[in-house]
Write a protein that binds this ligand. Structure first.
Ligand code: SF4
Ligand code: SF4
Length: 379
């Protein structure tokens, strides 16, 4: 039975966080996995340059507590690495680490920061993808500490343990994968394939302050007061779904991992350790407004493409708030369909080729991209 450890962690007080991390390591007996000779990569969620208090990125206090616990167990080779959205380039990594608080963590703990921009291919045995390009530190790691931020997500509904590993793919190769798998089902299967191809992973969840609504960058902060940990990222995401109060069948990565036997079908089949009664203490999360209104699966297969074409008009779509847009071009840079142009310092979307991935919404630094849906389909 997979084990998931849950610990009440009401704030980012460093001493309280260290106690929580120690409790997770003890509950799951993680010390048995740590040796001085291991190359360990700590992979937080640093999706974009945002301050820790914005609840967009993994909080540095949790990252620091995990590194200190690893060091107390004898780990010597620890590197913090991430590939955010946008280009994977050294100056951008430098300012990302600085703004998100990781440079300070590295300074205080002696852990290394990855500034290299190399990448390598790894092979897996996936259903839609068997070969992935990932950043060098991940390809060469013996163990990955996957420290995600609990958030709702406009495309995948949940940004948790499995989704955080998408940041192992370098910079602008991420939009390429969005374009190769424009359908949500295929994209989420690709995420599961990637997760399975990676080195061994221990996952932590920062749900002290989480995000609800139009995540992973444009939602609202939600106080949850929990940290979670597991060596089984699929079971952990099922537990994350319970924290969100969202039916797992509505989160494609979770539903598919259950269908494929990677994850138990219910919480009763998971050994929940620690503060299990606190799981739903924060109440249900607001869902993203991007919830799809696609009825095509209810029609016979030959009719589905036509139904899809018709229902496309009622699907939620990104919309530029012209007044707020500063013309920085980050949305265009991350758009896999190359369907955004900057004209007169404002972004414009050509909806003909938009695949509704919401990467633009995710990467806009000033929340100038809204999600529009027809009124009758409002949540
Ligand atoms: S919509 Fe946002 S990301 Fe796009 S150009 Fe405007 S400000 Fe930049
Ligand atoms: S316009 Fe936005 S939602 Fe449409 S394809 Fe580009 S990034 Fe994705």
């Amino acid at each position: 039975m997979p084990q998931v450890s849950v610990y009440k962690t009401e704030s980012y007080d460093p001493a309280r966080m260290q106690t929580a991390v120690h409790a997770h390591f003890a509950a799951l007996d993680l010390g048995r996995m740590i040796r001085p000779d291991l190359k360990i990569v700590v992979k937080p969620n640093l999706i974009m340059k945002r301050r820790p208090e914005d609840a967009v990125t993994t909080h540095p206090v949790l990252v620091e507590a995990v590194i200190r616990q690893l060091q107390a167990l004898g780990a010597q080779d620890i590197t913090i690495a991430e590939s955010a959205g946008g280009p994977y380039a050294e100056p951008l990594l430098r300012s990302l680490y600085e703004t998100c608080g990781m440079a300070q963590v590295a300074q205080r703990t002696g852990a290394a920061l990855n500034f290299g921009t190399g990448s390598r291919q790894i092979e897996g045995n996936g259903q839609v993808t068997r070969r992935f390009t990932v950043i060098d530190p991940i390809a060469g790691a013996d163990l990955v500490l996957n420290i995600c931020k609990l958030k709702t997500h406009c495309m995948t509904v949940l940004s948790g343990a499995v989704k955080n590993l998408f940041g192992c793919v370098p910079g602008l190769m991420k939009p390429e994968l969005h374009m190769r798998y424009p359908e949500k089902e295929d994209f989420c299967q690709m995420l599961l394939d990637l997760s399975a191809a990676l080195p061994p992973v221990i996952s932590f969840v920062d749900a002290v302050e989480a995000m609800e609504g139009d995540g992973p960058t444009g939602g609202s902060k939600k106080q949850v007061g929990l940290t979670l940990c597991s060596c089984d990222r699929y079971a952990l995401d099922l537990v994350n779904a319970a924290v969100l109060g969202i039916d797992p069948s509505q989160i494609v990565t979770v539903r598919r991992s259950i269908e494929q036997g990677l994850c138990p079908g219910s919480l009763e089949q998971i050994d929940l350790l620690g503060d299990r009664d606190a799981l739903t203490q924060a109440g249900p999360f607001c869902r993203p407004r991007s919830k799809q209104t696609d009825f095509s699966s209810q029609f016979p297969a030959p009719l589905r493409p036509a139904v899809k074409k018709v229902t496309r008009f009622i699907q939620p779509k990104p919309a530029i708030r012209q007044r707020r847009c500063v013309g920085c071009g980050k949305c265009a840079e991350s758009c896999p369909a190359h369907t955004i142009r900057i004209e007169a310092c404002k972004a414009r979307i050509n909806y003909q080729s938009c695949i509704r991935c919401f990467c633009c919404h995710e990467m806009c630094p000033v929340q100038a991209i809204d999600i529009r849906r027809l009124g009758i389909f409002d949540l």
